[in-house]
Design a protein around this ligand. Structure first.
Ligand code: IPE
Ligand code: IPE
Ligand code: MG
Length: 260
């Protein structure tokens, strides 16, 4: 079934989506998405939760393509958290297989769209075969010049910060850096997202209003946008709404309202 989903013919989104309402010169550089509500979407239709995950993978495909066409620089999508291992084995295995299939089926299209795929999270805990696919996907898309697609898999914000603290402590211990020069920048450099701008907007579909351990450090000044729409029902038009809304926000970063 997912092979069928992944192999669907592509439509040219540029021709079907009205992008007139957004300002192409003020696009968010980095969009982060908590892809939530798959299970509830399936339940509403009397289907097993796995169907929601399959449909969610299709939404990701659409949104990656749209972000890449809109000139967004980075899309970080939360696919599996460090807490999601608490789910039944069947569901966890299904999600891992879905990721594996995504990597098998999407490389050509990612390359066609100049998308560079990267992974954030504790990938070393995943099955060896999946890790190999991840390395392969990163390698074969590494020279692409367009959107960076960051997939957060076995990702936890607290774990990420904990690991950064461990790495920095090791460097202090062996004299590589002095503890007096540990700055916010040094901490950022030890996160999975090193080198990337912080997200400008966080989108969470599914109707819950929380962060769920996602990008705790990086979201410090991110604009938040929530919707009750479940991820499998999230369409290009919802992304456009979120971007349009983001463009009306007054980002002050603790300063004063910008007056002309
Ligand atoms: C998000 O959808 C996907 C993952 C967390 C892997 P959910 O599976 O959390 O769906 P709901 O929140 O139960 O509807
Ligand atoms: C967050 O969703 C994780 C992902 C979407 C991958 P959850 O469904 O796991 O979050 P909670 O449990 O509702 O906070
Ligand atoms: Mg959920």
């Amino acid at each position: 079934m997912w092979k069928k989903l992944f192999n669907r013919p592509q439509s040219n989104l540029r021709n079907t989506i009205n992008t007139n309402h957004i300002n192409k010169d003020a696009m968010p550089k980095h969009i982060a998405i908590i892809m939530d509500g798959n299970g509830r979407w399936a339940k509403k239709q009397g289907l097993p939760r796995t169907f929601g995950h399959q449909a969610g993978a299709e939404t990701l495909r659409t949104i990656v393509k749209l972000c890449s066409q809109l000139g967004v620089q980075v899309l970080t999508a939360y696919a599996f958290s460090t807490e999601n291992w608490k789910r039944p084995d069947e569901e966890v295995n299904f999600l891992m297989r879905l990721l594996s299939d995504y990597l098998d089926n999407e490389i050509d299209e990612l390359n066609e769209n100049q998308v560079r795929i990267r992974f954030i999270g504790n990938v070393s805990e995943l099955a060896d075969q999946l890790q190999q696919k991840i390395i392969h996907a990163q390698t074969v898309t590494n020279d692409n010049s367009g959107l960076i697609l960051n997939l957060a898999v076995n990702y936890g914000g607290r774990l990420e910060i904990t690991k950064a603290v461990q790495q920095i402590s090791d460097k202090v211990r062996c004299g590589e850096i002095d503890s007096s020069v540990i700055t916010e920048e040094i901490i950022s450099q030890h996160l999975y997202t090193t080198g990337l701008p912080d997200p400008d907007i966080l989108i969470r579909p599914g109707g819950d209003y929380r962060i769920s351990n996602f990008l705790l450090w990086q979201l410090a000044y991110t604009e938040l946008w929530f919707t009750d729409i479940c991820w499998p029902d999230f369409k290009a038009e919802h992304l456009m709404q979120a971007i349009q809304n983001y463009q009306q926000r007054d980002r002050r970063f603790g300063g004063l309202k910008h007056t002309k």
